[in-house]
Design a protein. Structure first.
Length: 87
Protein backbone atom coordinates (compact mmCIF):
# COMPACT_ATOMS: atom_id res chain seq x y z
CA UNK A 1 0.00 0.00 0.00
CA UNK A 2 1.60 3.24 -1.13
CA UNK A 3 -0.21 5.91 0.85
CA UNK A 4 2.81 8.07 1.61
CA UNK A 5 2.33 10.01 -1.63
CA UNK A 6 -1.01 11.29 -0.25
CA UNK A 7 0.20 13.00 2.93
CA UNK A 8 -0.75 16.59 2.18
CA UNK A 9 -3.73 18.80 2.72
CA UNK A 10 -6.94 18.06 0.83
CA UNK A 11 -5.88 14.49 0.06
CA UNK A 12 -7.95 12.57 2.62
CA UNK A 13 -10.11 10.83 -0.01
CA UNK A 14 -7.10 9.88 -2.15
CA UNK A 15 -5.21 8.60 0.90
CA UNK A 16 -8.14 6.51 2.14
CA UNK A 17 -8.71 5.19 -1.39
CA UNK A 18 -5.08 4.01 -1.47
CA UNK A 19 -5.50 2.42 1.96
CA UNK A 20 -8.73 0.50 1.27
CA UNK A 21 -8.14 -0.24 -2.41
CA UNK A 22 -11.02 1.50 -4.17
CA UNK A 23 -12.78 4.83 -4.21
CA UNK A 24 -16.29 3.51 -3.59
CA UNK A 25 -15.29 1.93 -0.27
CA UNK A 26 -13.39 5.07 0.73
CA UNK A 27 -16.45 7.23 0.01
CA UNK A 28 -18.67 4.87 2.02
CA UNK A 29 -16.29 5.00 5.00
CA UNK A 30 -16.12 8.79 4.89
CA UNK A 31 -19.91 8.98 4.70
CA UNK A 32 -20.24 6.65 7.70
CA UNK A 33 -17.82 8.85 9.65
CA UNK A 34 -19.89 11.91 8.76
CA UNK A 35 -17.15 13.49 6.65
CA UNK A 36 -18.89 13.27 3.27
CA UNK A 37 -22.51 14.04 2.42
CA UNK A 38 -24.73 11.45 0.76
CA UNK A 39 -23.81 12.69 -2.73
CA UNK A 40 -20.28 11.33 -2.14
CA UNK A 41 -18.70 14.58 -3.33
CA UNK A 42 -19.48 17.30 -0.81
CA UNK A 43 -17.57 17.51 2.46
CA UNK A 44 -19.49 18.10 5.66
CA UNK A 45 -18.21 20.89 7.90
CA UNK A 46 -16.23 18.39 10.01
CA UNK A 47 -15.04 16.56 6.88
CA UNK A 48 -13.77 19.80 5.35
CA UNK A 49 -11.81 20.54 8.52
CA UNK A 50 -10.21 17.06 8.54
CA UNK A 51 -9.53 17.17 4.80
CA UNK A 52 -7.72 20.49 5.25
CA UNK A 53 -5.29 18.75 7.62
CA UNK A 54 -2.21 16.79 6.59
CA UNK A 55 -1.98 13.09 7.46
CA UNK A 56 0.36 14.03 10.29
CA UNK A 57 -2.05 16.61 11.68
CA UNK A 58 -4.91 14.08 11.61
CA UNK A 59 -2.76 11.46 13.36
CA UNK A 60 -1.71 13.95 16.03
CA UNK A 61 -5.35 14.93 16.50
CA UNK A 62 -6.33 11.25 16.94
CA UNK A 63 -3.42 10.75 19.35
CA UNK A 64 -4.43 13.77 21.38
CA UNK A 65 -7.92 12.31 21.78
CA UNK A 66 -6.58 8.84 22.56
CA UNK A 67 -4.01 9.86 25.17
CA UNK A 68 -5.66 13.01 26.47
CA UNK A 69 -2.34 14.81 26.15
CA UNK A 70 -1.26 17.87 24.15
CA UNK A 71 0.09 17.35 20.65
CA UNK A 72 3.51 18.50 21.86
CA UNK A 73 3.70 15.27 23.94
CA UNK A 74 3.27 13.14 20.82
CA UNK A 75 5.48 12.11 17.94
CA UNK A 76 4.30 11.08 14.50
CA UNK A 77 5.47 8.02 12.58
CA UNK A 78 4.69 8.40 8.85
CA UNK A 79 5.26 4.68 8.19
CA UNK A 80 2.48 3.64 10.58
CA UNK A 81 0.48 6.91 10.33
CA UNK A 82 0.17 6.97 14.10
CA UNK A 83 1.07 9.38 16.84
CA UNK A 84 2.51 7.94 20.04
CA UNK A 85 3.69 9.45 23.29
CA UNK A 86 7.26 10.74 23.25
CA UNK A 87 9.62 8.86 25.55
Amino acid sequence: MNTEKFMGRNQMLQRLTAQVGNKEDAIRILQERGHLKSDGKTWTEEGAKRNAMTAEERALDRGQSKYGRPKSDLKYNPKTNKAVLKK
